[in-house]
Design a binder for this molecule. Structure first.
Ligand code: ACO
Length: 181
């Protein structure tokens, strides 16, 4: 139909309703209200929205994609051991991607790639940050292709990491090193 004009901006309080609906539609996991509040108020969470400026009828600022992430202390994570631990720098950090999603009709346009690039750029700008990392469920082929294509390294397979409707599923742990790893 129309030609999209995709722009990227931080997620803000007015995005709450759409953000919740997209998470419910896209993910098999339920997120707490507190998570969404933290995202829209940028409490311990950084996020980017994709919007289509060419959408008519007041939809030109409505989320069509999102990525959310948290800064964590490297030593408190399961991959802290992968970094060279320097006792003089106990404040080493990582950026952990929590959720990434693109509305179905906007897929395969490079929007997820652009959102991940924003996260990598942000992580690279933090001197203490050594990597961006995330978990992905083992059957999610589009996401696995995306991370591989963006040069993330798959460093672990975690048995039964996810529990969905009483079923266990494995996850892959992907890492992208920044600032020299
Ligand atoms: N099949 C195979 N590879 C794919 C597919 C697919 N369906 N979709 C994307 N890719 C790969 C390709 O390698 C593509 O590069 P190419 O076009 O040069 O071949 C690359 O990803 C980039 O594609 P984008 O267009 O940027 O991806 P898109 O905007 O369509 O979003 C996403 C991909 C986020 C996985 C989308 O399909 C989605 O929202 N899925 C449901 C939610 C989800 O799975 N989120 C990620 C979970 S992991 C997490 O949240 C930490």
């Amino acid at each position: 139909s129309h030609r999209p004009t995709i722009c990227y901006r931080p997620i803000q309080p007015s995005d709450l309703e759409v953000l919740e609906r997209l998470h419910a539609d896209i993910f098999p996991i339920r997120y707490e209200e507190e998570f969404f509040q933290s995202v829209v108020h940028a409490r311990d969470i950084v996020s980017w929205a994709a919007v289509d400026r060419s959408r008519p009828n007041g939809h030109s600022d409505e989320l069509i994609g999102f990525v959310t992430a948290r800064i964590v202390l490297a030593k408190e994570t399961e991959i802290g051991d992968l970094l060279i631990y320097d006792p003089l720098k106990p404040d080493q950090t990582l950026v952990y991607i929590l959720t990434l999603g693109v509305v179905e009709t906007y897929r395969n346009l490079g929007i997820a790639r652009a959102l991940i690039r924003q996260v990598i750029k942000y992580a690279s700008s933090i001197p203490t940050c050594h990597a961006v990392y995330l978990h992905v469920i083992s059957y999610n082929i589009p996401a696995i292709h995306l991370y591989k294509k963006m040069s993330f390294k798959c460093i672990r397979r975690l048995q039964g990491f996810y529990l969905i409707n009483g079923q266990h599923y494995d996850s892959f742990l992907f890492v992208y090193y920044v600032n020299g790893g």
